[in-house]
Design a protein around this ligand. Structure first.
Ligand SMILES: *Cc1c(COP(=O)(O)O)cnc(C)c1O
Length: 383
């Protein structure tokens, strides 16, 4: 039924190209400056970006750049000094990195089912995941909306465990506590981690990541760990890694940070258009909005009701509308984690959600004709 070929061909899941062209002179200049200075490693832009991002997020947070969001998770776990066999509670519905890094350090991931509306960790199930070996919890702020931090903070406090917030999909989201105080995602727990993978809300032109913490001792330890466990060159205090944010990426991120609020607004505007156009489609559940958090729409993820997803996706594709499944397989059914001993049926909500979800185009450059076209195609679907 393609009605407008040029329009259909302009639609991308994520449109980094148009985003770049809209700020090209600034980005090109930033890149050229780094090349002219040859300060490729630990150049001035890295420190400047760290302090500008810290200022943006507030709470007196310290930012430590690193090579990617997966490293950030591993370094956070290392910084907390966890020992092999210690247990870390986390969500069963996330990108693999969250569980992978727990495993790499020989810690034990203890998975928890999710809330069917928010897709975030089900806080009512936390108590049953607890054991005397529990040392930390990693909530993931999935798709751009914060997990229930009020409940997670009080759980962590009463059991003396640490919180690492995986903020790879929600940098810039704001959480509101019951006492009406607001905090940026990633600055609430003991450590926050994030990713600057190109398609993330604040994306570099390659890999990048950061750790966030309001605890000065942790900040110092984290900085040492990212630098081979060293503070003074060739003197090593602890086991570390080599994980740095490139100066080139930091310079690009400094430019894009200035647009982050505008980008969030563009995503929210597209999401509001989708909500309105798809809200009456009784075969689709539009994303649930929690009252206690802003939603910055890293993804716009809908649930299909009585629709064959494969059939629906190929219909979308044949009409020029891309889509993705985030995520098709829950952590407990991944082959890599089979030895944990979980089985089909252990996490019924995650299993159902994995079968129902589909994410549709969401980025900062979606315009009204494109949104109109996408929602028109979706609403005209028949089996
Ligand atoms: C992208 C992502 C990561 C990993 O980030 P990389 O920079 O790709 O290593 C970790 N957790 C979540 C939830 C993510 O979405």
């Amino acid at each position: 039924m393609i009605t407008n070929k040029a329009l259909a061909e302009s639609i991308r899941m994520v449109d980094l190209n148009t985003q770049y062209y809209n700020i090209k002179p600034e980005i090109d200049q930033a890149i050229q400056n780094v090349i002219d200075s040859s300060a490729f490693i630990k150049g001035p832009d890295v420190k400047l970006f760290e302090s500008e991002l810290a200022e943006y997020l507030g709470q007196g947070v310290s930012i430590i750049g690193c090579a990617n969001g997966t490293d950030a998770l591993q370094i956070a776990l290392m910084a907390l000094g966890l020992k092999p066999g210690d247990e870390v509670i986390t969500t069963n519905f996330s990108f693999i990195a969250t569980v992978e890094t727990i495993e790499l350090l020989k810690l034990k991931p203890v998975l928890v089912d999710i809330d069917p509306d928010t897709f975030n960790i089900d806080v009512t199930a936390l108590a049953s995941a607890l054991s005397p070996k529990t040392k930390a919890i990693i909530p993931v702020h999935l798709f751009g909306q914060c997990a229930n931090m009020e409940a997670i903070c009080s759980f962590a406090e009463s059991h003396q465990i640490k919180i690492i917030e995986d903020t790879a999909q929600a940098l810039g989201a704001q959480y509101s506590f019951k006492d009406l105080s607001k905090q940026s995602a990633g600055t609430i727990g003991h450590i926050g981690t994030t990713s600057f993978f190109p398609s993330k809300n604040l994306g570099a032109f390659g890999d990048g990541g950061a750790l966030l913490t309001c605890d000065q001792d942790l900040a110092n330890r984290i900085r040492e760990i990212t630098n081979h466990g060293s503070n003074v060159k060739y003197y090593h205090e602890r086991l570390g890694v080599n994980s740095r944010l490139d100066t080139l990426q930091a310079a690009i991120l400094r430019v894009k940070l200035r647009y982050l609020d505008k980008y969030a607004e563009a995503r929210q505007k597209a999401a509001a258009f989708y909500d309105k156009a798809l809200g009456n489609n009784h075969r689709i559940a539009i994303p649930f909005r929690s009252n206690d958090t802003t939603h910055i729409f890293h993804q716009y993820t809908i649930k299909l009701v009585n629709i064959n997803r494969d059939h629906f996706r190929s219909y979308l594709k044949s009409n020029g509308v891309p889509s993705m499944i985030y995520y098709p397989v829950p952590m407990h059914l991944q082959k890599a984690f089979s030895y944990l001993g979980y089985k089909q049926g252990d996490f019924p909500i995650t299993e159902q959600v994995c079968d129902q979800v589909i994410s549709i185009p969401m980025h900062t450059e979606l315009d009204e004709p494109q949104l109109n076209y996408i929602t028109d195609v979706i609403n005209k679907y028949s089996d």
